[in-house]
Design a protein around this ligand. Structure first.
Ligand code: AHR
Length: 520
């Protein structure tokens, strides 16, 4: 069984946008409390943040982190989380049936983000609140000083404004589970008025209108159309959320989950462009896939707590090899759409639906899904190239006929780096990938890294945290003229790193949001 992949440095999709390697910290389960924050942990710093978790966040290569929710934000009062910690109110959080102590709020999170070297993407509550509270939060967070709320931030120990650029106008307002759920028209009007007012304070903000919670929502498409008709000139991005899970007996369908994400992104782009066409607008709305991951949501009802507790264990999914392959494929899909996907957040970062696990004692460890994210964030550089992939197909119930392989290619001519990220969805045998290098004279394979296992259900555990990790594949590749033939094992995530003549020029890449240049 074999497939061919062709790319050319002159045919590009768009820059590798660093914000595609975003993540999400919500006050949900043990993501904040017992995740990033645990004052009694041996590695905790003066603010109670775990250094072992911070080290893994940096290793993961996360660029942007969405905060504080999620469903949580739709009932949240941001004022509860600022000021003296011992005076903060304890509240009920109905979204996750949890007790919220407010020991971590915007100030603490901002200090954590600075230590992690990440940009904050902040969500405002448009469920139970509206324009005045969003303006208050913006003034508190971003105004330098000399006003009531900016001076309050200074009094709370933050003399410098947080400078948050990217703001989400609510969360999943299309979902009946959302506190303050709205119709598309109701939400579109509120989002437009909130955006207009926020821009009066700071025209330079990047604003995200809520799109659909997933592609199977009955309102999918119509929601985006109505919301964008109200907000088109006022926002920069529309969100898209996508979660997938392995249903028993359907590994083939699960492995092809990225087909659904491809279609969802393309449908949102088409809908946004149709609104733009109706408005005779040259502006292009970008997509912020600000929640995506593998999530065993079908198990959620079993783990929602019966009683009100603080930081309960919810959705601490243990990820398998197959889950890691799907996560890698979802990253391929996001990169492939880098002409229109401006940002993406894997949901979430620690413990809850997360690549990083942290128990109250002992060091934090990497789940299987940590690895494809870390490798993509590290090695996808420069420009995403258009690719031509020819591969055998197989039939799936959820997505129809799909190729046995999927791949994306990035090229950084300045550094002489060509990277192929590829997944093999074939379950029983390896697939040979013939990579056509005719347009890349002088490029040679530096490394073929593979994440696979004889058991697709293998997972990392606290006692065996490195059972599943990428390994260098030796002898997997053969050069024949301008073609490089590589064997991809069944159900695998692969990174092919090629090196060639470096021009030294800075071409492509996302110069505005390049992690090294801006954040560090
Ligand atoms: O990430 C978990 C939850 O999934 C978020 O709170 C919500 O926005 C989505 O439904």
């Amino acid at each position: 069984m074999h497939a061919t992949l062709t790319a050319h440095p002159g045919f590009t999709v768009g820059p590798v946008r660093r914000r595609i390697f975003g993540s999400f910290v919500e006050h949900f389960g043990r993501c904040v409390y017992g995740g990033i924050h645990q004052p009694d942990h041996p590695t905790a710093d003066e603010d109670g943040f775990r250094a072992d978790v911070l080290a893994l966040v940096r290793e993961l290569g996360v660029t942007t982190v969405r905060y504080p929710g999620g469903n949580f934000v739709s009932g949240y009062r941001w004022e509860d989380g600022v000021g003296p910690v011992d005076q903060r109110p304890v509240r009920l959080d109905g979204s996750w049936r949890s007790i919220e102590t407010n020991q971590v709020g915007l100030g603490e999170f901002s200090r954590w983000a600075a230590r992690a070297g990440v940009e904050t993407m902040l969500a405002v509550n448009l469920g139970t609140r509206g324009v005045p509270e969003a303006l208050d939060l913006l003034e508190y967070a971003n105004h330098p000083g000399g006003t009531r709320l900016s001076d309050l931030r200074v009094a709370h120990g933050a003399p410098e404004p947080y400078g948050i650029r990217m703001w989400c106008l609510g969360n999943e307002m299309d979902g009946p589970w959302q506190t303050g759920h709205k119709t598309a028209t109701e939400y579109g009007r509120l989002a437009a008025e909130t955006a207009r007012a926020m821009r009066m304070l700071d025209p330079g903000l990047e604003l995200v209108a809520c799109g659909s919670s997933h592609s199977q929502m009955p309102t999918f498409g119509g929601w985006e159309s109505t919301v964008l008709a109200e907000t088109y000139d006022l926002v920069d991005h529309v969100s898209a959320h996508a979660y997938y899970e392995h249903r028993p007996g359907d590994l083939g369908g699960f492995l092809a989950s990225a087909v659904d994400l491809d279609r969802m992104i393309e449908a949102v782009v088409a809908t946004a462009d149709a609104v733009g066409a109706r408005l005779r607008s040259r502006k292009r709305i970008m997509v912020s896939v600000d929640e995506w991951n593998v999530w065993y949501q079908s198990r959620l009802p079993d783990c929602l707590p019966a009683d009100w507790t603080r930081a309960p264990r919810i959705s601490e999914d243990a990820y398998t090899v197959a889950d890691a392959v799907v996560v890698g494929n979802l990253l391929i899909s996001l990169l492939r759409h880098s002409d229109r996907v401006a940002a993406a957040c894997q949901a979430q970062l620690v413990n809850t639906i997360a690549p990083i696990r942290a128990e109250p004692d002992g060091p934090a460890w990497r789940q299987t899904i940590f690895h494809p994210f870390a490798q993509a964030a590290r090695y996808a550089r420069g420009t995403v190239l258009r690719t031509e992939l020819t591969a055998p197909t197989y039939d799936t119930e959820p997505h129809g006929s799909v190729p046995v392989l999927d791949a994306v290619v990035t090229h950084d001519p300045g550094a002489g780096a060509l990277t192929v990220l590829a997944v093999c969805r074939e379950q029983s045998r390896p697939v040979r990938l013939d990579l056509d290098l005719a347009a890349f004279p002088g490029y040679e394979l530096l490394e073929h890294s593979v994440l696979a296992d004889s058991e697709t259900g293998a997972a990392n555990t606290r006692d065996d945290p490195d059972r599943v990790r990428p390994r260098s594949a030796t002898g997997s590749a053969r050069r024949e003229g301008s073609a490089l033939s590589v064997l991809l094992p069944p159900v695998s995530w692969n990174v092919l790193r090629l090196t060639g003549p470096a021009t030294g020029d800075r071409v492509g890449g996302d110069q505005v949001h390049d992690r090294e240049e801006v954040i560090r």
